[in-house]
Design a protein around this ligand. Structure first.
Ligand code: FES
Length: 68
């Protein structure tokens, strides 16, 4: 699915950028050009970044609980 129509960037490309270390809208813009034009996709990009951060927080909490 195309998330950023301006740059023609798909959700897969965005997830790949996040997997590769993108943590901010600026990182995504530099990495895959998403969100750098009209800005209509930025709420969705923030949601994808937030979901990744939430996932990482859950991983950290699980690691803390298990001590692994
Ligand atoms: S839709 Fe992403 S910058 Fe326009």
């Amino acid at each position: 699915m195309i998330v950023c129509v301006c740059a023609g960037v798909s959700d897969r490309e965005i997830r790949a950028s996040i997997q590769a270390g993108a943590r901010t809208l600026g990182d995504l813009g530099r990495g895959c050009r998403a969100g750098v034009d009209c800005g209509a996709c930025r709420d969705m990009l923030r949601g994808m970044l937030g979901a990744r951060c939430h996932h990482r927080s859950a991983e950290a909490a699980a690691t803390t609980k298990t001590g692994t």
